[in-house]
Design a protein around this ligand. Structure first.
Ligand code: ZN
Length: 371
């Protein structure tokens, strides 16, 4: 096969930007041959639903069914084709007003292609607008195809979901996240440790990989066994350092939240509105996300700590030529107990309202266990 010449753009695969979702991609590829009126792409955040919606739209708009290199494909994949319409909520949720706008867009004729693709995001936040949306999604004009995107849907949206062909997106496997990060220039080591704690979410993996403090936080948790000297004072100091580092982990998320609010304020000003609709709800959602993020961060830390004790446990059962294990940590039964108590703390973390107290109690327990 000939190499592409200097002026030729290599053929893109429509779903190149979708990572680790072979069954969703296969389902969308097959669906593009004879599309129905509505699709629901659902699954955790950061699993590639938006990227998939662009690939799917390219397959639907391209005269050749998604060749990957024509003008239509390229503009659709870039999100600039006029018949790929992205409809995003204007406030905290998909409102009745948003639903009206969606209904009006659904009635319009396509501008260039034979059909138009309407992508509606955050459909899980459309509970209040469900009745208004239902009719539109159920019976759009034949030239309109809906692609609804959302996290897991609440029961109140079950009727809308039942009118769509559902395409499930799963957490991205660790190997796929790692390879994706490496492809973006992240070193193999950082990529793997970020992938392991990303929960299969690419958005989170990217935030962690670009967070220069990430490896420092991992190192801090790793240092815990060596720094516990059996005194309550050392345990208390460590607990507060770990909590402060979890707090620091929120920075990238807080920046993203500030940016989101700033762009909503800008949008509101552009249309002459007095303020952002549902601002309080947005801020509440941000607080909830930050709380969840902090808990996740502590859970990541506890997993690192459990791994650190497990490493010592493995080392303690292997004969070390010419060296004996450091004092107090050589007892494999003690180390197995330490792993257990760290894992137990991780399990109750989400249910325990006082994370500081939980962590301190754990570290005090780990200091005392050796005596
Ligand atoms: Zn094409």
């Amino acid at each position: 096969m000939a190499e592409p010449g200097p002026d030729e753009v290599p053929v893109a695969t429509l779903f190149d930007a979708v990572v680790g979702q072979p069954s969703a991609v296969a389902q969308l590829r097959a669906a593009a041959h004879r599309p129905v009126h509505a699709y629901l792409l659902h699954g955790p955040p950061g699993t590639g639903k938006r990227a998939a919606s662009r690939g799917f739209a390219a397959a639907l708009l391209c005269p050749d069914g998604g060749c990957g290199h024509c003008n239509t494909c390229r503009r659709t994949l870039a999100g600039t084709h006029p018949d790929l319409v992205l409809l995003e909520r204007t406030g905290a949720s998909v409102s009745v007003d948003d639903a009206r706008e969606i209904a009006a867009r659904a009635q319009r004729r396509p501008l260039e292609a034979d059909r138009q693709v309407l992508v509606v995001t955050d459909i899980h936040l459309a509970t209040g607008a469900a009745p208004a949306l239902l009719k539109t999604v159920e019976e759009p004009p034949p030239s309109t195809v809906f692609v609804l995107i959302g996290d897991e849907l609440p029961v109140s949206l079950a009727t809308i979901a039942s009118r769509c062909v559902k395409v499930a997106f799963d957490p991205v496997p660790v190997d796929a996240v790692t390879a994706w990060l490496v492809g973006q220039g992240v070193t193999e080591d950082v990529a793997r440790s970020v992938a392991e704690v990303s929960g299969g979410r690419l958005d989170r993996a990217r935030l962690l990989a670009t967070d220069p403090a990430f490896t420092g936080r991992v190192a801090l948790w790793h240092s815990v066994p060596g720094r516990l000297d059996g005194t309550g004072a050392a345990a208390a100091v460590l607990a507060s350092e770990l909590l402060a580092s979890a707090e620091g982990a929120l920075e990238p998320l807080r920046r993203r939240h500030q940016d989101e609010l700033a762009s909503l304020v800008e949008q509101a000003e552009a249309v002459g509105a007095r303020g952002v609709a549902g601002r309080k709800d947005i801020e509440d959602r941000h607080k909830r996300e930050e709380r969840r993020w902090r808990t996740d961060e502590l859970r990541i830390g506890l997993a690192t700590l459990a791994a650190a004790y497990r490493d010592r446990l493995v080392a303690s059962t292997e004969p070390l030529p010419g060296a004996s294990p450091p004092g107090g940590t050589g007892d494999s039964r003690w180390l197995a107990g330490a792993v257990d108590s760290v894992e137990q703390a991780a399990r109750v973390l989400g249910r325990n309202p006082n994370e500081a107290l939980l962590l301190e109690a754990l570290l005090v327990g780990l200091s005392g266990l050796g005596e």
